[in-house]
Write a protein that binds this ligand. Sequence first.
Ligand code: SGN
Ligand code: CA
Length: 512
Amino acid sequence: MKKIIVFLYMVVAFGYVSAQQLARKRPNIIYMMSDDHGYQAISAYGYGLNKTPNIDQLAEKGMLFTRAFVTNSICGPSRAVLLTGKHSHINGFKDNHSRFNGDQPTVAKYLQAAGYQTALVGKWHLESDPQGFDYWNIVPGQGSYHNPDFIEMGVRKRVPGYVTNITTDFAISWLNTRDQNKPFFLVYQQKAPHRNWMPEEKYYHLFDSTAFPVPSTFFDKYQTRSRAAKEQEMEIAADMNDAYDLKLAFDLTKEERVGLANMWQGIYDRFTPDEKKKWEAAYGPMIEAFKKANLSGEELAVWKYQRYMKDYLRCVQSVDDNVGRLMAYLKENNLEDNTIVIYTSDQGFFLGEHGWFDKRWMYEESFRTPLIVKWPGVTNKKETTSMMVQNLDFAETILEMAGLPVPADMQGKSFVPLLKGKQKSDLHNALYYHFYENIEHKVAKHIGVRTSRYKIIYFYENKEWEMYDLLKDKHEMKNIFHDPAYSSIRKMMQQKLLQKKEQYNDPVVVEL
Ligand code: SGN
Ligand code: CA
């Protein structure tokens, strides 16, 4: 049945494509998606934390989205939404413990069937083998930063070096060997800057003397918020592991090797003895200084925040370098003018806001994701848009970029008109969200809706509600769900939630 769907689609599409083809050469498309790269850590977004000149360069001739969101802020689900253009309850991949049914139609399959060469490199995280790609070379599960394993078309081997560079090496060698007579679709998915934030050797000392500004919400006590916000386990102060997250240890004793500390040892053992020496030389003085300082309370929390930010942003630096490498390759090979480049992340990330690391929430930092689209001949100058789009729209957009029709069962909308400057009103009046994984970090399951001004969240396990006026409270510190001044807005937002839930056929039960 699923094969028939792709076939029927092609019957319709081919007539369309050949007409289009006469008019122009079909563009190549590179979809770059990093793992856990918050928009705060891209300098084009203006947060002043770090410098990402290569990603910023995409924005110089592209469109930067300040309101791009995901449907379910976690890795596997986000990737499945990108591939299918369908919400998690429809594509079947609801949380990181799911297995993707690779037999269903995907954007990669549609492009492949229309004559695109397709490849996937880097993080995958969908458990089943990739389908719809002529070439794939992926890291198993979360992958490793140093001397990682890769699975190339089903064959697993260990590759010496640093994962972010290796992923690019594989992308470039595929580009070199591809059939040059066909357009290509390259899905380039970095593992970085995912936890546990292990930088590349050349950046061991980057930010050594930088003190990052502590977010205004860092000491949030979650007053007025639901139980969910208070019960999570993702606080920098309380939930980071000394060895694994904060890098306060080297080789551990047998007794120390438990839980996350044991994971640290596994990661540390991927280093060669010489690499361990270099790591110890770089991180040793930090550990000594920490021991001497004997910090506690708020000082210790801020110290952990600084420690976290340094390693996280060091990993981002290598991501940015490698975007530069790929862009240089395009230029050197005369591909720049006919290649669309999309840069995004599988979701946003907390960089200390509300005292947190990780994602999962429908709160802005993790619900929002960075998005920059550079389309030569279409987005010729730097432009910023605040119109709302969602990763549910990505597959549809990519198909339209390739001159292909959007299948009727995809649930998002192409934002090609927005990229072309033809979209004058918001593509969506509200965005729908559903998070399912109340396991690690203990974030209660929730659904919600966001309009350009308001957001309502329903934690359906606890039957608790939150609502925010984002115009007056952009940091989402004051839950106004029970505020009588907002009672008509509350009713309107609850109705919108029900309406979106119906529209997308989500069977979750809402008790008003
Ligand atoms: C791992 C991390 C979590 C993280 C999930 C999901 N724990 O399980 O901190 O939230 O990945 O991340 S770790 O101890 O294994 O590092 S995701 O990006 O893959 O969704
Ligand atoms: Ca992720």
